[in-house]
Design a protein around this ligand. Sequence first.
Ligand SMILES: Nc1ncnc2c1ncn2[C@@H]1O[C@H](COP(=O)(O)OP(=O)(O)OP(=O)(O)O)[C@@H](O)[C@H]1O
Length: 247
Amino acid sequence: MLATRGLTWRIGEVAIVDTVYLDLAPGEFLGVIGPNGAGKTSLFNLITGLRRATQGRITLDGRDIGSLPPHRRARLGLGRTFQASSVFGSLSVRENVRLAVQAYRGGSMKLWRRAGADREVAAAADTALERVGLAHRGTALAGTLAHGEKRKLEIALLLAGEPRVMLLDEPMAGVSAEDVPELVRVIRSLTGDGGRSVLMVEHHMDVILELADRIAVMHHGALLACDTPETVMANPTVQEAYLGESL
Ligand SMILES: Nc1ncnc2c1ncn2[C@@H]1O[C@H](COP(=O)(O)OP(=O)(O)OP(=O)(O)O)[C@@H](O)[C@H]1O
């Protein structure tokens, strides 16, 4: 579904992302781990188009998307979690998701000439909120949500764009320990239908181990290993890369 071939991003002489070959199958959940500064976020930036690779290819369903700007990649089904800054704190949770649905569907002018378009947008927003377990918080101001709820809202905003490949960058960041299991449940459900795939960077190893079908390990920009959780955890090179850090 999504593939990178020799993907490289250099700044001067330094390879921040170094010759990465990755394959993400339909419906697959791939966890990305690595010590601080390993290049995980940079890899996401290359895949979503925020940064342009200096070498290598990125394909989605066999199509080379490496030269497309981020919004074109998003249209093709590549979605990344919105940063918290893109949430309008003074609007309700439901309004935020409606705006995201509108932004996504607004490209199709035909929709706006049709009667009932508003209702369709509202229904899609409500479905996204239900998917993440936030339906009961629809009227709350987004700015008043707890961390765990904000993460769910960010996932709902992402779902509004109907992505087939979802990139989640540290979805557990700032989430309190008691909210983690519920968020894990929501994230697990993302791959459940329609063969949607997830690529997730996460520092919480227990969360990665619970969710990932395979784990990709990055170190100094390169891919050290990419295999089942059991094989990766038993890999001595991986353990060495993490010396001094908790795995
Ligand atoms: N625009 C940039 N200019 C210079 N160096 C950069 C730039 N972006 C990233 N880097 C460097 O590239 C390396 C990888 O950064 P990146 O944020 O991708 O790592 P990461 O694995 O996501 O780290 P963390 O787990 O700490 O979030 C770091 O050493 C970082 O300082």
